[in-house]
Design a protein around this ligand. Structure first.
Ligand SMILES: Cc1cc2nc3c(=O)[nH]c(=O)nc-3n(C[C@H](O)[C@H](O)[C@H](O)COP(=O)(O)OP(=O)(O)OC[C@H]3O[C@@H](n4cnc5c(N)ncnc54)[C@H](O)[C@@H]3O)c2cc1C
Length: 452
């Protein structure tokens, strides 16, 4: 059998811990953020060095096993049945070069570590809104965060990487040595190899920025949504944020804002929202690292999850009316919708510099169905999310949001299933890095749906 001797071989060859069924920690390490995913790997190799990754991939390849890479463990792809999990979590070092304004992070470092270390030097890069997410996993998926209208997506700041390719036999250096791989790592999805180190460019960001949220009674959602849209569609690039609607008629209605510039300019930029007279004004000069934790409580690890997202070609009042009506339907309290403004630096990206493609659209939506781990709640919670997606369907582009669910190996397949030039280039790089497709385990069936 494929698994024969796997654990023994791994234990003989790697320094990090090897965890198999029955070991303490197996259930924790085989699980991911989404409790709907229940997969049982043959072994989990907790890699503590590049050499560990090389040895683990080799042990898997000798047995012809599929491999899942686990970074922050947020996506549904970080675990698998009948295969090997290469867990890079222990590779969590963060080394800032303040002179060069760059950071080198291990393949398992999270945003919590990067944000805190960079801010000590007044530096930052667009990071995910939930700090426990992995830096590499987010960069591979594109990377969206509060600073994106000022600094672009995370992947635009990736300048190099060390990548152990499938089978463990080769290590590639994305950057000057391998510009194609660098292009692919910038938002091209998984299945390219195991990133053991990632280098990112950092940008000046004052540790205190005007940020937080303005809370309004839910019955004012249309008025607030319209004002938020009008402000963000014409606001300065430094102004980022999202309109957040919690599930149900009594759910939150908040305008989240973050101003990546001076506090005084930020005050001026958010004045039109404040003029609406919010019932909660929690916008103040806050530390960026505190802002990054704003959504922690809304995203507890171990929830059951259903996610939908997409890009919107416009956000007229009628779209707001439809989506507010859909959001007003009851669902588990943690479920929420984010309407996120694009534009700013996101529309000035060099399309040839990265695999990521952000379509020409003013808005994105990301709908998070999150509910306690009780299966009988699934139907209502899933319906809530699908109801939001249906309400926004008339305004949505056919292009999907590739990285939201996970860095899928085929993010640029077109709606018709055909491949465009970018998908073809990505596929040929993937073929070079992982010809056997070892690092492309099948996504869990719960998210399978017909292409739009
Ligand atoms: C609740 C929630 C909130 C989210 N919020 C945001 C957000 O604010 N912004 C945003 O941009 N995205 C967000 N996402 C999507 C998120 O970016 C992706 O799920 C991302 O892939 C997570 O990376 P991870 O390392 O945490 O997860 P993992 O599941 O560990 O990794 C996901 C996949 O990334 C790849 N990967 C990870 N690390 C490595 C590595 N070192 N080498 C090679 N491949 C690797 C692997 O293919 C792996 O299977 C969110 C997702 C959820 C569920």
């Amino acid at each position: 059998m494929a698994e024969d001797g796997l654990a023994a071989a791994l234990r003989a060859r790697i320094e990090g811990e090897v965890v198999v069924a029955g070991d303490p920690g197996y259930d924790r390490l085989r699980s991911v953020f989404n409790a709907r995913i229940d997969r049982r790997p043959l072994a989990i190799a907790r890699c503590a060095s590049r050499e560990d990754v090389v040895a683990a991939l080799a042990a898997g390849a000798e047995r012809g096993l599929p491999v899942a890479v686990r970074g922050g463990g947020t996506s549904d792809l970080a675990t698998l049945d009948a295969g090997l999990v290469v867990d890079v979590g222990p590779l969590d070092r963060v080394a800032i070069d303040p002179e060069a304004a760059t950071v080198r992070v291990g393949g398992g470092a999270t945003w919590r570590e990067l944000d805190a270390a960079a801010q000590e030097h007044g530096l930052a890069v667009t990071g995910a809104r939930v700090p426990r997410l992995g830096v590499a996993g987010v960069a591979l998926a594109g990377g969206s965060g509060w600073l994106e209208r000022a600094l672009g997506p995370t992947c635009a700041s990736v300048v190099g990487a060390e990548v152990v390719l499938a089978g463990g036999g080769r290590t590639a250096r994305a950057g000057d040595e391998d510009p194609d791989l660098l292009w692919a790592l910038r938002g091209g999805g998984g299945g390219l190899g195991v990133v053991t180190e990632l280098e990112l460019r950092l940008h000046p960001l004052d540790p205190t920025l005007l940020s937080g949220f303005l809370g309004f009674p839910r019955e004012r959602a249309l008025e607030v949504g319209g004002a938020f849209r009008d402000l963000l569609e014409h606001g300065p690039d430094e102004l980022g944020g999202a309109l957040m609607l919690g599930a149900g008629i009594g759910g939150a209605c908040s305008a989240v804002v973050a101003f990546a510039g001076s506090v005084a300019n930020g005050e001026e930029a958010v004045a039109p929202l404040r003029a609406l007279g919010p019932s909660i004004d929690a916008v103040a000069p806050n530390e960026y690292t505190a802002l990054q934790h704003l959504f922690d409580v809304r995203n507890p690890h171990g929830s059951r999850v259903h996610l939908r997202g997409g890009y919107l070609r416009e956000l007229p009042d009628e779209a707001l009316e439809r989506v507010i009506a859909a959001a007003n339907r009851p669902a588990a309290a943690l479920s929420h919708l984010l309407l996120q403004p694009l534009g700013g630096a996101l529309e000035r990206l060099d399309p040839d510099a990265m695999a990521l493609r952000i379509p020409d659209a003013p808005w994105a939506y990301r709908c998070f169905g999150l509910w306690p781990p009780v299966e009988s709640l699934d139907r209502g919670a899933i319906d809530w999310v699908d109801g939001i997606a249906a309400a926004l369907e008339p305004y949505a582009l056919a292009t999907s949001d590739p990285g939201f669910l996970a860095p899928r190996p085929d993010p640029y397949r077109s709606a018709t299933g055909g491949a465009d030039e970018r998908a073809t280039r990505l596929e040929s790089i993937r073929q070079r890095c992982d010809p056997e497709g070892t690092l492309r385990p099948d996504p869990p069936a719960i998210h399978a749906r017909a292409p739009r």
